[in-house]
Structure formats: structure tokens, C-alpha cells
Ligand binder design. Structure first.
Ligand SMILES: Nc1ncnc2c1ncn2[C@@H]1O[C@H](COP(=O)(O)OP(=O)(O)O)[C@@H](O)[C@H]1O
Ligand SMILES: [Mg+2]
Length: 258
């Protein structure tokens, strides 16, 4: 796969993040590093706080009505929660892909990819050439080049998810957050997304939530295990699965609960 874009990706350092829904604390003081150009998988049982933590990484969590955040997230040393930082610019630099593919369904395939740069006034990237490159990067170009003006809803679920990834990378972010990006997809589409994520790590820092332990082992360089709002353990993926340090990690990765 060719790309015209130089290697990018920045370290993301999380320092004692606490996330609340009203009085209830869903993330209880997590500190973790997400190294540049690596894939870090976040695993743990349903409700342990994976999605909440990920949404703290690009200031999405605070959009909820009673939601609040404490702590720091440093993108190459700069705190994204700094007083003078615009949350919209943070979300441009730290992109996100969701569980359920969420293209703008009635908008054309091409306009979906151009939506990010257009909405953020990024004229340099709001070009057809750039959109074509993003579609090539996600392996969708051959499938859609003859129907760029068809609505996105015409695509299959797996294609829609790749379109959403194209939309996210068209903004040239540094970090890509993915919250269970394959859980609504069939096995073939899942495999394509996994191959895509492995290619994209050359350009981005990737944080991927997954409930699929095999998927974490196939794609992630590092894996972090969360339980009840806390980070229990983070390690190189093979170490976390084969030589876990914490007995709770061991129980989870050997299928004794979850
Ligand atoms: N919008 C919300 N309002 C209140 N509580 C929430 C909300 N979203 C999630 N929670 C709670 O926060 C905790 C963590 O949820 P979540 O981050 O979605 O976990 P996971 O992604 O690991 O399944 C759970 O107890 C969940 O019930
Ligand atoms: Mg979740």
C-alpha cells in the first residue's frame, strides 16, 4: 500500500485520569503510556471503563451532560486538558472510530471522507486527491471509485467502517482511537480492519479497545488490562497473555471470568 504521507504518530501519556458520571467514578486514576507507532489494546470485562477512558483521550467524555474528568493527558508533552487548549482541535489531532460504523448515511462516499477537513476549515486536505488517497489507504478505493457519489448507506458494514477510518485519517491525526471497531463486523471484514490497523501504525499511534482476546494477540504490540475502573496491568502483548504479573489478569486472559 502506497502512502504519500511521512511517518507520524506521537506519544500519548496519561497521568492519573479520573472520569466521572455525576458522582460515580468510572475511571479511578489511570496512568499509562501509549507509545508512538505502536498499537495498544485495551481489554477488560464489560463495564470496566474502557470506552470511558478512551473518550477521555480526546476530550469526548466531557461532552456528556454530567460527565467530568480530572488528570492529565499529554500529547508529546502538551496537556490536552490545558486551560488554553481547544477541545475541537484536540479531536482533530486525536481521531476516533466507533463500534458501530457511523458514516453520514445520506451523504456521498466522497463527501464523507471530505467532511472532516471541510468542517474544520482545512482546505489543504479537503481535496478529491486527498480523499482518494485516504480511500486507498484503507483499501476501499477499488471498491468505491466507480460510485463515489452514491450515499454511504449503500456500502456494507465492513466497507462503512473502512470509510469511517478514511474519514478519520483524512484529517491527518497523530493518534487514532478505536473503540471495538470490529464488534459489529463479520469475520472477513474484521480481518481486513486488522490488516489495515497494522498498516496504519506506521503513521499513527493506535489505541484499540477490543473484547476479543485473540484480536489483541493478533494486532497489539502492547495490551492493557482494566478492571472496575482501574488499570491492573500493561505489558508487551505476549507477556500479558503468557506471563501475567497480576492474578486477576491471569484469571481474565485464561477465561475464568469476563
Ligand atoms: N453515559 C453514562 N452515564 C452513566 N454511567 C455510565 C455512562 N456510560 C458508562 N457508564 C458507566 O461507567 C462504567 C464504565 O462504562 P464503559 O466505559 O462503557 O465500560 P466498557 O467500555 O469497559 O464496557 C460502567 O459502570 C457504566 O455503567
Ligand atoms: Mg465500551
Amino acid at each position: 500500500m502506497t502512502t504519500t504521507i511521512a511517518k507520524k504518530g506521537m506519544n500519548l501519556t496519561v497521568k492519573n485520569i479520573q472520569a466521572f458520571y455525576g458522582e460515580s467514578k468510572a475511571v479511578k486514576g489511570v496512568s499509562i503510556d501509549f507509545p508512538a507507532n505502536k498499537i495498544t489494546a485495551l481489554i477488560g470485562p464489560s463495564g470496566c471503563g474502557k470506552s470511558t477512558l478512551v473518550r477521555c483521550l480526546n476530550r469526548m467524555h466531557e461532552e456528556g451532560s454530567s460527565a467530568s474528568v480530572r488528570g492529565k493527558v499529554l500529547l508529546n508533552e502538551e496537556n490536552i486538558y490545558g486551560a488554553d487548549v481547544d477541545p475541537v482541535s484536540v479531536r482533530r489531532t486525536i481521531g476516533m472510530v466507533f463500534q458501530k460504523p457511523n458514516p453520514f448515511p445520506t451523504m456521498s462516499i466522497l463527501d464523507n471522507v471530505l467532511a472532516g477537513p471541510r468542517l474544520s476549515g482545512d482546505r489543504a486536505h479537503a481535496t478529491r486527491k486527498h480523499a482518494e488517497q485516504a480511500l486507498r489507504d484503507v483499501g476501499l478505493w477499488a471498491e468505491v471509485k466507480h460510485k463515489l457519489n452514491r450515499p454511504a448507506a449503500d456500502l456494507s458494514g465492513g466497507q462503512q467502517q473502512r470509510l469511517c477510518i478514511a474519514r478519520a485519517i483524512a484529517l491527518e491525526p497523530e493518534v487514532l482511537l478505536m473503540d471495538e471497531p470490529c464488534s459489529a463486523l463479520d469475520p472477513i471484514s474484521t480481518q481486513r480492519i486488522e490488516e489495515l490497523v497494522l498498516r496504519l501504525k506506521k503513521r499513527f499511534t493506535i489505541v484499540m479497545v477490543t473484547h476479543n482476546l485473540q484480536q489483541a494477540q493478533r494486532v497489539a504490540d502492547r495490551t492493557a488490562f482494566m478492571l472496575d475502573g482501574e488499570l491492573i496491568e500493561v505489558a508487551a502483548t505476549s507477556n500479558l497473555f503468557n506471563k501475567p504479573k497480576d492474578s486477576r489478569t491471569k484469571k481474565y486472559v485464561t477465561g475464568q471470568f469476563g
